[in-house]
Design a protein around this ligand. Structure first.
Ligand SMILES: Cc1cc2nc3c(=O)[nH]c(=O)nc-3n(C[C@H](O)[C@H](O)[C@H](O)COP(=O)(O)OP(=O)(O)OC[C@H]3O[C@@H](n4cnc5c(N)ncnc54)[C@H](O)[C@@H]3O)c2cc1C
Length: 323
């Protein structure tokens, strides 16, 4: 344990949570069950929301009670500290999940996808329906909401390339559709514009769905291309081990984070149960017994060594949350 968990929910809020979720709220839920790294201490309260209506009622109620909450999707880009998270963790997976395809002329389609939908499922659904645009994301785990928030991407493209608009939920309970032109995307980040009332993106603003613009294409061709992309990824990354994908962002110029870490001879270096992947130097893998503290300590040592040798300050790509 790296610290004490602070309880922020009073008895009245706990009763209200049990009521509004029909008893589904779970207390002291280990976040290691909800992160791809399989580390993380308990969430004070954990709710898998069942519907958009329930989400609106939950978020606006928590805001009135001034009770903190944090939204998560698939937990595939997260390190939750060993001390856990105070307040309510709202998980959109697996229930806030559906996809609706509308034709726009004969060559395009608009696809509206709920935030809790699995991103791999969306990619394969697009292929099956002969819709081009999502192949870049093949092999990225997690949810559509998390992918939009992180502006997930690969060398083949970013989610911002195909996104038309998003529906967001503010803490006040207000829903708003925001068009692509009013959204500011950068490397692994979405920032909402100041002009949208509730100011910049905070952990309290929730993406409820995304609307994507995809192009009609032959499904067999798309499937063939997809096979190649997935084979490539499997070859380069430790896909079957416990990780959160790339740990650091690539510097804007020069060598990639993975190249710098590799040049420092760090592949295979271990702290506790956390190890720098032999296959890809920008991946840390949990060999089975890692704690969040092991992973964070390994990240610190990687940053220090790369800074000493190359004078490059690596910036984390993973999001760290918790006490
Ligand atoms: C093996 C592996 C390979 C990966 N490869 C890639 C890759 O190639 N490219 C890439 O970009 N990423 C990659 N990742 C990282 C990760 O999968 C992506 O960032 C993914 O999009 C995160 O989605 P998630 O649902 O798991 O988000 P989470 O990890 O649950 O959350 C990430 C952040 O988004 C916020 N968030 C989640 N849902 C919402 C929502 N509905 N509204 C508002 N905020 C929300 C959370 O609060 C958190 O700050 C990889 C991860 C793994 C494990």
């Amino acid at each position: 344990m790296t610290g004490m968990k602070k309880a922020l929910l009073d008895a009245e809020t706990r009763r209200w949570l049990a009521d509004i979720t029909s008893g589904r709220v779970r207390y002291d839920e280990p976040m290691s069950l909800h992160t791809s790294f399989r580390v993380g201490g308990p969430a004070e309260a954990f709710v898998e929301v069942k519907s958009a209506d329930e989400l609106v009622a939950l978020v606006s109620g928590l805001a009135v009670k001034d009770a903190p909450y944090h939204v998560v999707g698939g937990g595939t880009n997260l390190i939750v500290t060993d001390a856990g998270i105070s307040g309510v963790v709202i998980c959109l997976k697996p229930y806030i999940s559906d996809m609706v395809i509308e034709d726009v002329g004969s060559s395009h389609a608009r696809v509206t996808v709920s935030a809790g939908t699995s991103l791999p499922l969306f990619c394969s659904h697009a292929i099956r329906n002969g819709l081009k645009g999502m192949n870049f994301a093949l092999g990225i785990p997690g949810t559509v909401g998390g992918a939009i928030r992180m502006n997930a991407g690969t060398a083949l493209g970013w989610i911002s390339d195909v996104l038309d608009s998003i529906l967001v939920l503010y803490p006040s309970g207000r829903l708003e559709r925001i068009g692509r032109n009013s959204l500011s995307f950068s490397y692994r980040k979405l920032t909402l514009p100041q002009s949208f009332g509730e100011n910049s993106f905070s952990h309290e603003t929730i993406i409820v769905s995304g609307r994507f613009s995809l192009v009609r294409e032959n499904a067999i061709d798309l499937k063939q291309a997809a096979g190649e992309i997935l084979r490539n990824r499997k070859h380069r990354q430790p896909m079957s081990l416990l990780s959160a994908g790339c740990i650091f962002k690539n510097p804007s110029t020069g060598k990639t984070a993975g190249e710098l870490i590799d040049l420092c001879g760090l592949k295979g270096r271990k702290i506790g149960g956390a190890e720098i992947s032999i296959k890809h130097a920008n991946f840390i893998v949990n060999t089975g017994s890692a704690t969040a503290a092991d992973i964070l300590a390994l990240m610190d040592s990687m940053r220090q060594i790369v800074d000493q040798q190359f004078h490059v300050n690596l910036e984390p790509e993973v999001i760290v949350i918790g006490n």
